[in-house]
Design a protein around this ligand. Sequence first.
Ligand code: PRP
Ligand code: URA
Length: 215
Amino acid sequence: MTAGGGAAAVTVVDHPLVQHKLTMMRDRDRSTKGFRELLNEIGMLLAYEVTRDLPLEGISIETPIGPMKGRQIAGKKLVLAPILRAGVGFLDGMLSLMPSARVAHIGLYRDPDTLQAVEYYFKSPSDLADRTVLVLDPMLATANSAVAAVERLKSRGAKDLRFVCLLAAPEGIARFQEAHPDVPVWTAAIDERLNEHGYIVPGLGDAGDRMYGTR
Ligand code: PRP
Ligand code: URA
């Protein structure tokens, strides 16, 4: 399902496997182990969708029977850019499908009072201008973190970016599209709204804490 406007599209990945696993993740009684495993599995499924239109090029190979022209993904290796901490939950699943991808780590936390994103770490490959960058974070709430992460990557030269999340709030999508109308979004669901603390309703709670058992 894809929705658009002036900004790049928002694609809701409504595949039954994704929806089933997402419902399991939302359950407040899901264990830390289960939550992490499901995020990893959904990461794989979202990777499949977000890379669907990557350009291919011909390559000559020999099968055991004879020569053929195969197809391979064209251009430089992709960059996966997880926003710490929760974005790391997507990383292993995506790397298992794209084992040669480069990784950019973006350390951001949301100030609980102002809800502004505060950067504490950034490390990325230097040649971002020539690569497709997949920015990863399960939660798009106010979008302050996503907007800041994409700004940082653009300031380092990235031009071709895609944002991948698990849950988005309508407010977060609007803010993200306003700030970065050139960056398409893939999400497994768009929930109802944000609450007064900036949490997604009904959501799944604090993704980082649920992944790492920190609260
Ligand atoms: C969470 C989540 C996103 C951010 C989303 O991170 O993983 O990065 O909040 O909220 P926003 O759209 O309003 O910016 P958090 O700051 O809790 O850090 P953590 O992943 O280290 O727990
Ligand atoms: N960050 C989370 O982890 N969950 C939310 O609902 C909002 C921001």
